[in-house]
Structure formats: C-alpha cells, structure tokens
Write a protein that binds this ligand. Structure first.
Ligand code: DX5
Ligand code: ZN
Length: 222
C-alpha cells in the first residue's frame, strides 16, 4: 500500500487549515510537517503551535519531520500538539536510541531521516525502535529542489535491508522518500522500494485550474 504525504511547506501558510482539509479531501494520506530551525538547516519554518492549530482540521496522520538540533526537548511538545509520526536526523541527536525511545514513549511512531550523504549504518542496533525510515532525495532546507538520482540506489539498498529485517522479526517498517518527488519520477521511486511519498511543490503547485481548493488530479497521478 502506498501513501502520499503532501508537505505543507509549499502550502499557503495564510490559510493552512483549509489547505490541509483540501489535500486530504483530494486523496492525501498523511500531512508532512517540515520543522526547520535555522541551525541544523538554513531555513526557519514552524513549530508545535502550528501543528496544534492544524490538528483539528484533519484526522489524517501528521508526519513531523524534525530538521532541528537538539532534538529531544521538542519531542514532547510535538506529541502534545497532535503529531502521529516524528522523524529526526541522526546527526542532530547525541543519543539516537534515547530520542527514538522518547518519541514512542510519547505515543508517536518514530523514524530516522537520512540525508543524501548520510550512511545507512545509523540503522544498526536501533531497528526495533524504528517505525519509519525517511530517505532525503534532496539536501534538507527548502522545497522545490531537484531529485538527486543517487537516491534510487540507496532506496534499493534500504528496501533490501528492511525486507530482511521483516523476514526475521515480522515487523514492517515504512520507507518514505522526501524531496523532488513529481508525477514523472514517482513510478521509478516506487519501483526502487519506497512506499510513502512526500510531495510539496508537486501537490501545492498543482491546484485544479477550475477549483483552487482541489488537488485531486495531481494526487491521483502520483
Ligand atoms: C525539504 C523538506 C521537504 C520539502 C519537499 O527539506 O523536508 O519535505 O518540502 O518539497 P518538494 O516536494 O517541493 O521537493
Ligand atoms: Zn520533509
């Protein structure tokens, strides 16, 4: 089963609640929520207050992608704000195992995010703490960048690793991809092993010409 997770980074922030309702009504499965701190990444976005503000607008899972350092002190705030999934970058946490455990203790699904140059060995020893692996297919910080082709080989390697883990443990871990996902490349990204697709500019840049509140055609095409 595939999931489409529109990134609200490319939405109209002046009418975020409506944008969230519109993409979910148009077929989105998750809402991807990009948190940037102008420290770990060179951009500044939104925090738990905004997550809390959109929570009543949808029952779809909110997928919080933390691009912040440090990680731990913001986790409980996002859990209280209604996040369902919380992912972070291993380089941004001094104690990856502890951060993963903290996310689950607060009732959320936990995941690690891999930048294009971050090796997969960060998965070693923590697989049982992970519900989602998120591979970045751009360098984090901005929407609207071009998909880095080397991600396809990394996706295949990750897929093999997660499949092997599932055979031995019976646990299914989601494989999400983030950055430059478009209608014309999502097929090969899926064939490389991803099952959950973040798409920001592709979705919010493609409202129906006749109804600016509908994103059906692009979400269906994805
Ligand atoms: C980038 C963010 C992405 C971004 C994706 O740092 O993590 O979620 O919004 O945007 P597109 O789909 O436009 O590349
Ligand atoms: Zn993201």
């Amino acid at each position: 089963m595939f999931r489409i997770a529109p990134s609200i980074l490319s939405a109209d922030f002046a009418r975020l609640g409506e944008e969230v309702r519109d993409v979910v009504a148009s077929g989105a499965d998750w809402i991807h929520f990009d948190v940037m701190d102008n420290h770990y990444v060179p951009n500044l976005t939104v925090g738990p207050l905004v997550c809390e503000a959109i929570r009543p607008h949808t029952s779809a899972p909110i997928d919080v992608h933390l691009m912040v350092k440090p990680v731990d002190r913001i986790i409980p705030d996002f859990a209280r704000a209604g996040a369902n999934v919380i992912t972070f970058h291993p380089e941004a946490s001094d104690h990856v195992d502890r951060s993963l455990a903290l996310i689950r203790e607060h009732g959320c699904q936990a995941g690690l995010v891999f930048n294009p140059a971050t090796p997969l060995h960060h998965l070693d020893h923590v697989m049982e703490r992970i519900d989602v692996v998120l591979l970045m297919s751009v360098n984090p910080g901005f929407g609207g960048q071009k998909f880095i082709p080397g991600t396809l080989a990394k996706l295949r390697e990750t897929r093999a690793r997660l499949d092997a883990y599932e055979r031995e443990s019976g646990r299914h871990i989601l494989l999400e991809v983030d950055g430059g996902v478009k209608v014309d490349n999502i097929g090969e990204i899926a064939r490389a092993g991803a099952d959950t697709f973040v798409a920001g500019s592709a979705v919010f840049g493609a409202a129906s010409p006749t109804d600016p509140h509908r994103y059906d055609s692009v979400i269906a095409a994805l």
